[in-house]
Design a protein around this ligand. Structure first.
Ligand code: CAA
Length: 240
């Protein structure tokens, strides 16, 4: 029987590529989104992948949303915690709101996404938890104290979950993308972006599909012994 995968932030950017790659591999896929109804509707129309709207930063919403997905699509075997935002500012200008918004979505959002599916994975003795971290969680980044803290936190989360889930057939791993050609990176001022690209030995941004293929591999049966790892996909920008 086909496995079910949930991808948060799965209708745009890296998440959309992950949703499509998992669908192509035969999973029943559900994708969540936070606010962009139009993008979600056209994504569903284009791919046939169902989309669900909730705020990953809210535990009650996440739990209720996940219950709905499990009733409509199936018990979740693969969860990809991908939803993430940036609120970049040099530290001396960063506001408590910018700090909190990023913590709520990127870090608490991982807890809120994985915690409700964990008991089912333990019962069924199979699960894949894949968290989308970032090169900036590995190396830090100017103007991203908030974002880097959450992305470094992802690595702590999967290393801990890996130890708790291993005997129940559950793996938990992180993928650390470098700078990928998505709206998030395109929002960086052009001059700053060009300077960043000049520091990437590959000489280019990555493609969302290059991250999606890492996720599809980690979700597969072949990856059963890979647990608590981070896969870096950053064009040799950093060795984390
Ligand atoms: N290293 C050193 N200095 C830097 C710098 C860097 N990487 N980036 C900017 N600066 C400098 C600027 O040159 C400027 O210096 P001067 O004052 O001497 O001119 C100073 O820092 C900051 O200038 P501002 O006060 O004008 O900054 P600002 O309040 O307008 O903020 C910014 C600008 C938000 C920092 C903007 O430069 C920016 O967005 N930078 C990119 C940050 C980044 O890489 N974010 C990643 C987004 S993509 C992502 O997160 C996905 C992923 O996982 C990889």
């Amino acid at each position: 029987m086909a496995r079910t995968a949930l991808v948060t932030g799965g209708s745009r950017g890296i998440g959309a590529a992950i949703s499509k790659a998992l669908k192509a591999d035969g999973y029943n896929v559900a994708a969540t989104y936070a606010g962009n109804d139009e993008a979600a509707a056209s994504f569903t129309e284009e791919t046939g992948i169902k989309t669900y709207k909730w705020n990953v930063g809210d535990y009650a919403e996440s739990k209720a949303g996940i219950e709905k997905v499990e009733a409509e699509v199936g018990p979740i075997d693969v969860v990809v915690a991908n939803a993430g935002i940036t609120r970049d500012a040099p530290f001396h200008k960063m506001t408590p709101e910018q700090w909190q918004q990023v913590i709520d979505t990127n870090l608490t959002g991982v807890f809120n996404t994985v915690h409700p599916v964990w008991p089912g994975m333990r019962e069924r003795k199979f699960g894949r938890v894949i968290v989308i971290s970032s090169v900036n969680g590995q190396k830090g980044q100017f103007a991203q104290v908030n974002y880097a803290a959450t992305k470094a936190g992802d690595i702590g989360i999967v290393r801990s979950l890996a130890q708790e889930g291993a005997r129940a057939g559950i793996t938990a791993n992180a993928v650390c993308p470098g700078y990928i050609a998505t709206e998030m990176v395109m929002a960086v001022p052009e001059k700053v972006r060009e300077a960043i690209i000049s520091q990437i030995p590959a000489g280019r941004l990555g493609e969302p599909e290059e991250i999606a293929r890492c996720v599809a591999f980690l979700a597969s049966d072949d990856a059963q012994f890979i647990n608590g790892s981070t896969i870096s996909a950053n064009g040799a920008q950093f060795f984390g």
